[in-house]
Design a protein around this ligand. Structure first.
Ligand SMILES: [Ca+2]
Length: 102
């Protein structure tokens, strides 16, 4: 969990928080972020969903499709329709300490 793509992921998220939820409680932000990225609320994050989030926050130029795939290959922990996806549960466990929210 120390790769460059992971750092990009974290900095994107921090940027998103700063721009959109600067006043929000960290735990509230975290819930909002999960809700924003898992847009169909099925408990897993797909590459499409994450790409959509990047677009929505104007950060789609910060991460190439290759880097995104790298992230999902590295930290994806389950599969959906043959595609590597990240479960919301693992995001909660892994990122809470990076984002200092729990
Ligand atoms: Ca989803």
């Amino acid at each position: 969990m120390t790769s460059r793509v992971h750092d990009v992921w974290i900095s994107n998220t921090e940027e998103y928080k700063k721009n959109n939820f600067n006043q929000a409680m960290p735990s509230r932000f975290f819930k909002m972020m999960i809700k924003a990225v898992d847009s169909n609320d099925d408990g897993v994050i797909t590459m499409d969903e994450y790409q959509t989030l990047l677009k929505n926050i104007g950060a789609s130029d910060q991460m190439s499709a290759e880097e995104l795939k790298e992230i999902f290959d590295e930290i994806g922990d389950s599969e959906l329709n043959g595609e590597r996806v990240i479960s919301v549960k693992s995001v909660e466990e892994r990122w809470s300490k990076y984002l200092h929210v729990m």
